[in-house]
Design a binder for this molecule. Structure first.
Ligand code: URA
Length: 210
């Protein structure tokens, strides 16, 4: 696994505002959106491009545009939806799949309860959006599912990560098949599975308690 913690003053500024318990949902959504765009800029640094000829008003030159198959963006429901616009702003031609994951509270194993993804992901670059990398269970199941369908390069974009989740992902994917990009790695998980200091329940902060 490769890890990139994006060390940038604007990332730190927006993350700090997200952490603040006084930040209400409308502001939280806007800040999360802006933060994801900054993370996406780093996460797409190695996205596949192909050379293309372009004629400017002055001359012809060789530029680059996104290669095919186009990247696939997969928000994990529900909180990952709050990251989708920020991601597609940078990759407007990407395709979008959806995955709903639920965790069995006894076994702690995550399974998919809703899935709208291409059956064949051979050669695809996939960007998974999940704001909180806590135990890592959801991402382990997700990455395994995507790999089983042939996905080639998988990047998980998270706002925050816990060391416990990072260690679990590292153990599950020791090679370079997964990259995790996040704004910070926090101290630890609480007994209730919250990242501390964290920002609370990302889904509730984005959309309210429903
Ligand atoms: N999911 C969240 O929304 N918050 C946490 O702190 C951990 C998991």
């Amino acid at each position: 696994m490769r890890t990139l913690v994006v060390d940038h003053p604007l990332v730190a500024h927006k993350l700090t505002a997200l952490r603040d318990e006084r930040t209400a949902s409308p502001t939280f959504r806007r800040l999360a959106d802006e933060l994801v765009t900054l993370l996406a800029y780093e996460a797409t640094r190695e996205v596949r491009v192909v050379p293309v000829e372009v004629t400017t008003p002055v001359a012809t030159t060789t530029g680059r545009h996104l290669g095919t198959p186009l990247p696939l963006v997969v928000p994990i429901l529900r909180a990952g939806l709050g990251m989708l616009d920020g991601m597609t702003r940078l990759l407007p031609t990407a395709e979008v799949g959806f995955l709903g994951m639920v965790r069995d509270e006894t076994s702690l194993v995550a399974t998919a309860y809703a899935s709208r993804l291409p059956e064949d992901l051979t050669g695809r670059e996939v960007f998974v959006l999940d704001p909180m990398l806590a135990t890592g269970g959801t991402l382990i199941t997700t990455v395994q599912l995507l790999r089983d369908r042939g996905a080639e390069r998988i990047t998980a974009i998270c706002l925050l990560a816990a060391p416990e989740g990072m260690a679990a992902l590292e153990a599950a994917f020791p090679d370079g098949e997964l990259t995790v990009v996040c704004a910070a790695v926090d101290e630890r998980l609480t007994e209730r599975g919250y990242i501390t200091p964290g920002l609370g329940d990302a889904g509730d902060r984005l959309y309210g308690v429903v």
